[in-house]
Design a protein around this ligand. Structure first.
Ligand code: ADP
Ligand code: MG
Length: 269
């Protein structure tokens, strides 16, 4: 068989096998292989590597779309000087994703605007970039979705969506009081993840002691905390809202904002 025929057949095979990355890289890889006098097996290795890389990038893009992240916030953009309460070494340790591989949880607690969601999303992005599946929901979304699902007898489906994610992010726990059905659903979701040793990140404006207030009964709040805290890193942020701080420093608002913010500071957990 001539080289030209083999080349055409190789292209055709790659196309049929849906190896888009390899197909796109074929000319480049063959050319370089020839120029650098590579062994056939090295050329093959290069070609497959390009395919693997392309697939991984595609998976990352898909996982990002499916994650439901509301915005992209990077850990690299987090200003530690502005928020002395956030221990840089702890965040850097978390960003290795060891917690995810160990099925541990992360809890960010603190008043509004101190960077809880930013840090949770930053970690979620790290996980996505390394090929993990992430599912992000605010508590409000979780409640809305579960109510719709309950009406349609599809609660099992939403639980399995939450369970399937390598990392589940539950944002804004404590922002709204939970009705019994919602609280039970939340417990079930977290408990399932706990049983399967899968990581969850929770952000809350309430200290642990105040969680009971947003639950219809304290037993459920305690049971939820028990699951979440069994293997967990808790980051308590007692600082001032980042945006308010910036504006205050720019002289746009006075001391008023400070005292309002402090009123929402949770007791230590
Ligand atoms: P929270 O979830 O605690 O209410 P957010 O994470 O939503 O607060 O932060 C509010 C805004 O301020 C976001 O745009 C976030 O990116 C920004 N922000 C907060 N803290 C910092 C920080 N230390 N460095 C950079 N941006 C910050
Ligand atoms: Mg938030």
């Amino acid at each position: 068989m001539s080289g030209a025929v083999s080349y055409e057949r190789a292209r055709d095979h790659l196309g049929r096998l849906k190896m888009e990355g390899a197909l796109l890289a074929l000319d480049d890889v063959l050319e370089r292989g020839q120029k650098e006098e590579r062994l056939p097996v090295e050329v093959l290795d290069n070609l497959l590597e390009r395919e693997v890389n392309t697939r991984f990038e595609k998976r990352v893009r898909t996982n990002l779309t499916l994650s439901g992240l509301p915005v992209q916030k990077r850990l690299e953009d987090f200003d530690y000087d502005a928020q002395a309460q956030v221990p840089r070494d702890v965040i850097e340790e978390l960003s290795t994703l060891r917690f995810l591989h160990n099925g541990e949880n992360v809890l960010f607690l603190g008043p509004c605007g101190v960077g809880k969601t930013h840090l949770a999303i930053g970690l979620a992005l790290k996980a996505i970039e390394r090929g993990h599946r992430v599912y992000f929901l605010t508590l409000h979304d979780l409640v809305t979705k579960s109510r719709v699902a309950r009406e349609r007898n599809r609660l099992a489906r939403i639980i399995s969506t939450i369970l399937r994610a390598d990392l589940f992010v539950l944002d804004e726990l404590g922002f709204q009081p939970l009705e019994p059905g919602d609280a039970t659903f939340l417990f079930e979701a977290i408990n399932k993840r706990y049983q399967h040793q899968k990581s969850t990140i929770v952000t809350s404006n309430k200290s642990f002691g105040q969680w009971g207030d947003t639950f219809p009964d304290t037993t459920l709040a305690v049971a939820l905390l028990d699951r979440l805290l069994h293997h967990a890193t808790t980051v308590n942020i007692r600082g001032e809202s980042y945006r308010l701080k910036n504006r205050r420093e720019a002289g746009l608002i006075g001391a008023l904002s400070l005292s309002a913010n402090e009123a929402g500071t949770p007791k230590s957990g």
